[in-house]
Design a protein around this ligand. Structure first.
Ligand SMILES: N[C@@H](CCC(=O)N[C@@H](CS)C(=O)NCC(=O)O)C(=O)O
Length: 212
């Protein structure tokens, strides 16, 4: 079988969002779980920048999580919430905010000594973003109501990382709707499925792991 190949890393938030899109769109692929500290040559040969996720298709290679999501959704747009034009713009700008500013502060909050950063300043910056998001959310269980959206799957893996850095503190904060959203997300079949364990892919002994 000539399936698309997904190079992935279980705990990477970008890879998580790509895996969720593949699940939602029922796109079968071969999953290759990699070690970020020892990336396989097979992956670096098709994507020299060395980040996951990477999706190898018969005719092209997708090296960005958002491109993998768009590819997966092309044939199954109905598997996620359909945005109005305005919602699409809002979602795109929120995803951009989380990929840039939120991620920047998240890394410095979590790995303050590595970045020689003041952890609490960066914790505060992320908190401000989540408080603003909280003010915009009214529906539930997902951001746009009953149906999961590309915004949910794109930003929740980062909010989860923020929680993991200090869960006790996180749950005491005022962004209660964001907390409820994250709880719902983590308990969802979609997330549980996306977090399935895979053995590290071994090029010498390449067992094919099918996903989803
Ligand atoms: N813009 C990329 C970012 C992907 C990314 O940065 N992934 C991290 C893991 S979470 C990575 O592979 N880093 C390379 C490394 O750690 O060597 C995307 O959306 O796919």
């Amino acid at each position: 079988m000539n399936l698309p190949i997904l190079y992935s890393f279980k705990r990477c938030p970008y890879a998580m969002r790509a895996r969720m899109a593949l699940i939602l769109a029922s796109k079968d692929c071969e999953l290759r779980e990699i070690n970020l500290k020892n990336k396989p040559d097979e992956m670096l040969q098709i994507s020299a920048k060395g980040t996951v996720p990477v999706l190898e298709l018969p005719n092209k290679v997708l090296e960005e999580s958002l491109d993998i999501i768009s590819w997966a959704m092309q044939s199954h747009p109905e598997s996620v919430y359909t945005f109005s034009t305005k919602e699409k713009l809002i979602s795109e700008s929120l995803i951009q905010l989380f990929d840039s500013k939120f991620k920047y502060h998240l890394d410095r909050y979590k790995y303050a000594s590595r970045y020689k950063a003041n952890s609490s300043e960066h914790q505060e910056e992320c908190k401000n973003i989540l408080e603003k998001l909280d003010g915009k959310i009214n529906l539930s269980p997902w951001i746009f109501g009953e149906k999961v959206s590309l915004l949910d799957i794109s930003i929740l893996p980062f909010i989860r990382q923020y929680k993991i850095a200090n869960p006790e503190w996180f749950f005491e904060q005022n962004f209660k709707k964001v907390i409820a959203l994250l709880n719902f997300f983590e308990a969802s079949d979609l997330f549980i499925h996306a977090m399935k364990n895979f053995d590290l892919w071994d090029p010498q002994n390449p067992n094919e792991s099918l996903f989803p």
